[in-house]
Every structure is written in structure tokens, then in C-alpha cells.
Design a protein around this ligand. Structure first.
Ligand SMILES: N[C@@H](CCC(=O)N[C@@H](CS)C(=O)NCC(=O)O)C(=O)O
Length: 341
């Protein structure tokens, strides 16, 4: 049986049996329309995003929105980082737009969280956005059309691609100077596709295979593949290229960043990926600091939400605070000189 895993989604063969055997298997997104389709014309102010800032797939989308200068033309709502609990009348594990919830990490509400301002119906749960279209999906990110009152797409890999393709028509504030995440160059696109595939399977989704699987062998295979890829990426960057494909920041860099941003302060502990820190990979650390310093990147993520989200529920609400050495995070990302060699 051929493995149909791509750079976007996992092979779903025997998914149920594999989950029973302890393997974390990610589901497939069902809404796959595109801005530019007949029903979804590219218009500034028409589209809306529903996200959670601890979700790495959402982080791809908030990154694209920011680095492409679309913050004013695409509105966005932010769910509370911890999903609903067992006692919730609608059921557990649901993304909730409830800005009055208190984070155990800070003992306060989180200023980034919002109510639903996209549907016009002030729904509480992301699940309700799907239910309105007869779907039982419940994931974020969701790209939503406020004029048609419909979901356009809920697959981050496709959402970032369409925002890049339609940035001007969607009203990018950056004009011609904006980054081109997926330039029209066949060789470059082939390189990006190859990077996307390895980075998705072994790093983006690999981190979940490591942290959420309950089978030692699945964990060990994911752990080894993850650190092999980090070493490979570090050597790729060792020839002095600033970004993965060369001189310019592309989609491949954007898709790698959310996982590495979470590695030292979250995944090292929460996903049992304690083989090494990004600090131990000098070229990769400098790349991480370089991307973090790009316009629009720092504002597109939040380690407070990441820590609250990843530790807040499964680790009985007690959130890990480290690392503190050589410096706390995200402050350390302003210090490429911290690289271990
Ligand atoms: N393939 C999707 C994956 C989205 C995804 O799995 N999101 C997680 C949050 S990190 C989620 O909402 N999971 C809940 C669920 O699927 O019920 C994408 O990249 O957009």
C-alpha cells in the first residue's frame, strides 16, 4: 500500500487502527475552496480568520497575514489557548472564543483573545462555524467569507499560498515591496516542495507524533527523524545562506518557523523532544533569530499562548516556565550570538 502522505496531510490508511495502537494521526481538512474562485472574489475587508495562537498551523496563517501586510484587510479572531473541558455542555476539546477566561500561567485574562466578530452571530465555539455548514469538523485555522457567510478553507498550507497569490487584490499595505512566499520559478518551487515535505513529515507533524503518541517505537522513530532533520537543516544553512532556499524568505521558511519557535520553550519538555535545543544548532539558531526579526513576525505569535495551550490542560494546569538559561524566551530570539558555536 503506497504511503499517500504529502507536505500538507498525512496518509489516512488504517488511521483508526493506528490511533488505537497509540500513533497520533492528524485528520484531513474538509474545506478546500480558494480566494479567487468564482464564489470567493479577492476583495479587501471581505475575509476573516479564526485562529488560536498556540496552534502551529494557525501560526503559519498569522505569519502570512503579517509578513504580507494584510493585517488591516483581513480581520481575525483569537480563541482561548485551552480548549473546553469535560464539564462543558457542548463537550470537551472545542476551541472557544471567550476572552474572559483566565490563564493559569498569568492568573489574568489574555488581551489577544476575542469573541467571534466574524460570523455576525457571536458564536462561542469554532465548532458552530462548521455546524452552520452542516460539518462536524472543529479545527482552526478557518478562513471565512464575511459577505457570503461561508467557510472558504481550513487547510493552513493552502491558506498561506492563496494569501501570497492574492496579496495585492486583498489590499496588502506593503505594495510591490512585499515578500514573495511562493515565487514563480519552477526550480525554486521544486526546492520549496521538497523542503515542505521533509519539514512537514519529520518536524511540523513529527513533533506531534513524538509528543502525542503513546507507543514507544512510534515516539522513538519520530524523535530520531526530528533531530536528523534539524541536523540536516543546520548543515544546509552552514554555507552562509540566510534562508532555506537562499537569499530570500519563502514559504519553506514560514512553514518551519512555528515549530522551531516552540522547540526550546515548549516542545523540548511537552513533546519529549529533549535531544537538543535549537541553541545547539548554530546556523539554525541564527536563522531562527533572523526570521524572528523580520517585519511582522514577532507580532504574529505568542509564547504565553503557546505555554498556556500546550501545558495548561494536559499538565494539570501547571505551566512550565523555563528555560531561563542562557536567557528567557522569546527575549533570547533577539540574540543570535547565543548560538553555542
Ligand atoms: N491540516 C490542518 C490542521 C489543523 C489542526 O489540526 N489544528 C488543530 C489545532 S493545532 C485543531 O484544531 N485540532 C482540533 C481538531 O481537529 O479537532 C492545517 O494545517 O490547517
Amino acid at each position: 500500500m503506497t504511503d499517500t502522505t504529502t507536505s500538507t496531510e498525512e496518509d489516512q490508511t488504517d488511521a483508526g487502527a493506528r490511533r488505537k495502537a497509540g500513533e497520533f494521526v492528524r485528520g484531513v481538512s474538509g474545506f478546500r475552496h480558494a480566494i479567487g474562485d468564482a464564489d470567493f472574489p479577492a476583495e479587501a475587508g471581505r475575509y476573516h480568520l479564526f485562529v488560536a495562537l498556540n496552534c502551529p498551523w494557525c501560526h503559519r496563517v498569522t505569519l502570512a497575514r503579517s509578513v504580507l501586510g494584510l493585517q488591516d484587510s483581513i480581520t481575525m479572531d483569537v480563541a482561548f489557548p485551552n480548549r473546553t473541558g469535560e464539564d462543558d455542555p457542548a463537550g470537551p476539546n472545542l476551541w472557544e472564543f471567550s476572552p474572559d477566561r483566565v490563564a493559569s500561567l498569568t492568573g489574568q485574562t489574555l488581551p489577544e483573545c476575542t469573541v467571534d466578530t466574524g460570523t455576525g452571530r457571536a458564536v462561542r465555539l469554532a465548532k458552530e462555524v462548521y455546524q452552520a455548514e452542516g460539518s462536524d469538523e472543529q479545527s482552526v485555522p478557518i478562513l471565512y467569507d464575511k459577505v457570503a457567510g461561508r467557510i472558504v478553507n481550513n487547510e493552513s498550507a493552502e491558506i498561506i499560498r492563496m494569501l501570497d497569490a492574492q496579496a495585492e487584490a486583498l489590499g496588502s499595505s506593503m505594495g510591490a515591496g512585499r515578500p514573495r512566499l511562493y515565487p514563480e520559478d519552477a526550480d525554486l518551487r521544486a526546492e520549496i516542495a521538497a523542503l515542505n515535505e521533509r519539514i512537514y513529515v519529520t518536524i511540523n507533524n513529527g513533533a506531534y507524533k513524538s509528543g502525542f503518541s503513546s507507543d514507544q517505537t512510534v515516539y522513538q522513530n519520530a524523535f530520531e527523524a526530528y533531530f536528523e532533520s534539524l541536523a540536516w537543516l543546520d548543515s544546509l544553512l552552514s554555507n552562509g545562506r540566510p534562508y532555506l532556499t537562499g537569499d530570500t524568505f519563502t514559504e519553506a521558511d514560514l512553514r518551519l518557523f512555528p515549530t522551531l519557535y516552540r522547540h526550546d520553550p515548549v516542545y523540548y519538555v511537552r513533546m519529549k523532544l529533549n535531544g537538543a535545543k535549537i541553541l545547539d544548532y548554530p546556523h539554525l539558531w541564527r536563522w531562527l533569530c533572523r526570521v524572528h526579526a523580520l517585519p511582522g513576525v514577532a507580532e504574529s505569535g505568542s509564547l504565553v499562548h503557546c505555554r498556556q495551550g500546550y501545558f495548561g490542560r494536559s499538565w494539570n494546569g501547571v505551566v512550565a516556565l523555563g528555560p531561563l538559561k542562557p536567557m528567557s524566551y522569546p527575549e533570547a530570539y533577539a540574540h543570535p550570538e547565543l548560538a553555542k558555536r
